[in-house]
Ligand binder design. Structure first.
Ligand SMILES: [Fe+2]
Length: 215
């Protein structure tokens, strides 16, 4: 022990939690989601959001009763609860009402997503249904930007928490979860294969009974 000083507390302030979750037995799930996606696509032209090129499903995908969609909904909800419990011990997410809304994205060659956030939600996430196989390059990578004021002088310390951006290429079968305020964008798909994902937002509210009690 150093006798010259005593550290009484070290806090990690203003940190941004970011989680990667592997879904068990995802091969069958992914095949079913691709088939369900093809059915949905045949029935709807989709909508234009942050996607440039490609298809973005309409409405809340989790309203679709197909077993594969409901399985993904359950996995996403469990992952959200788990991450929420890691960041707070004061509230149990199961005591809150959670609205989960999602949509499917299909990014063909050249397709990408412009930088954006998901305002209004708590957590945002993406499940990777298919991800083109690439040895190098940036195809299919998602990049997150530091939400705090960029401080370039911090780079000399090479500290993960102060890096200005972070890009990753999640694999099929992975869920990534992050706070909705985190700016992110997707690198153009340079392959011939489609990259298919299901993105979602989770928003918590007090349960109706709890709201009544408080008023
Ligand atoms: Fe997004």
């Amino acid at each position: 022990m150093d006798t010259m000083f005593e550290t009484t507390k070290t806090e990690t302030l203003f940190a941004t939690p970011f989680a990667r979750i592997k879904v068990a037995d995802h091969d069958i799930l992914d095949a079913e989601l691709l088939a369900e996606g093809a059915r949905m696509r045949a029935a709807s032209e989709g909508v234009q959001k942050s996607n440039r090129g490609g298809w973005h499903s309409q409405g809340n995908i989790f309203d679709n009763p197909a077993e594969c969609i409901q399985h993904l909904r359950a996995a996403a909800q469990a992952a959200i609860f788990d991450l929420t419990r890691q960041v707070t011990k004061r509230v149990d997410p199961a005591d809150l009402q959670m609205k989960l809304s999602g949509w499917m994205n299909a990014n063909p060659q050249g397709g990408f997503n412009a930088p954006h956030t998901h305002p209004g939600a708590h957590w945002s996430g993406v499940y990777y249904v298919s991800q083109p196989d690439v040895a190098d390059g940036t195809s299919g990578m998602i990049e997150f930007l530091d939400p705090r004021t960029d401080l370039p002088n911090w780079r000399i310390l090479r500290a993960n928490t102060f890096r200005p951006k972070r890009k990753i290429r999640p694999a099929a079968g992975e869920i990534i979860l992050f706070p909705s305020y985190l700016v992110h964008w997707v690198y153009p798909n340079e392959t011939d294969d489609e990259r298919v994902t299901v993105a979602f937002n989770a928003t918590f509210r007090k349960k109706r009974s709890a709201r009544k009690k408080a008023s």
